[in-house]
Design a protein around this ligand. Structure first.
Ligand SMILES: [Zn+2]
Length: 128
């Protein structure tokens, strides 16, 4: 029987965290953003969410283009505005296949200071 030792290496040297109750809660927060996307009428496929930890310090999350999987670093799930922005950003990578655009509020490679989710949602809508 294992407890939390089931660690898989993923991209950027981040480790997938085995699902325990805490991680499940974090994943739930990410899912809530995805449900909000759907509630707002955007058609996206089913997205798989993975909570990861460690790895490159500056990476907050990542997704492979068009793969419908988003990876979110555990430590970035605690600030709501930042999390919404991050999840929307990764959804555009994962579901729409767009890379970074430094002129886009949402898809620039670095997260804006004091994220305004209103701006994030507005920028998100341009990809649909
Ligand atoms: Zn990105």
């Amino acid at each position: 029987m294992r407890r939390n030792k089931n660690i898989n290496r993923t991209a950027y040297d981040a480790k997938m965290i085995a699902m325990d109750q805490d991680v499940y809660k974090l994943r739930r927060k990410v899912m809530d953003v995805i449900y909000e996307v759907k509630r707002n009428g955007y058609k996206i496929p089913r997205v798989e969410v993975r909570i990861v930890e460690d790895g490159q310090e500056d990476v907050m999350g990542y997704a492979y283009l068009n793969e419908n999987i988003v990876h979110i670093k555990r430590e970035y799930t605690n600030c709501e505005n930042r999390l919404v922005h991050l999840v929307l950003h990764e959804i555009v990578h994962a579901c729409k296949g767009f890379g970074h655009d430094e002129n886009c509020y949402l898809m620039r490679s670095v997260i804006p200071r004091n994220v305004s989710v209103e701006n994030s949602w507005k920028a998100f809508s341009k990809y649909f």
